[in-house]
Design a protein. Structure first.
Length: 131
């Protein structure tokens, strides 16, 4: 069943999307990073993908489209490998922010990057250091 941590992950995801819609990109990234840390700690792969996609959308809104597309490619590749469909509402906002979120990553860089490597890079990145 769904436990406390999973509920918190869902709430952080929704809050991150709301902050993105409001234009508060830094706060959106912070929410998604917090969710990413927790999801990674409990091994919740679907929530890891959601958090990465949320970060990507915020980055894209800030003009960091190349990095955003790379992250979406990593998450999409992981979703395909693990058979983790994206929620319809997430598909809508992610497509609105980043582009065709359902497309397979065609550039070798995104497809070749491992989900765990992307998580580690995001969590250790100076730009997204825990505060």
């Amino acid at each position: 069943g769904i436990g406390y941590v999973e509920g918190v992950l869902g709430a952080r995801h929704i809050r991150g999307i709301a902050l993105l819609a409001r234009g508060d990109f830094t706060a959106s990234v912070t929410e998604h990073l917090t969710a990413l840390r927790a999801a990674s700690a409990i091994g919740h792969q679907a929530a890891v993908c959601e958090a990465i996609e949320g970060i990507a959308a915020a980055l894209c809104a800030q003009g960091q489209t190349e990095r955003a597309h790379r992250l979406v490619g990593v998450a999409t590749n992981a979703r395909q490998q693990l058979d983790l469909p994206r929620r319809r509402d997430d598909e809508y906002w992610l497509t609105h922010c980043v582009g065709d979120a359902s497309a397979s990553p065609d550039d070798g860089g995104a497809a070749a990057e491992d989900l765990d490597d992307a998580v580690a890079q995001l969590l250790m990145s100076d730009a997204f250091a825990a505060r």
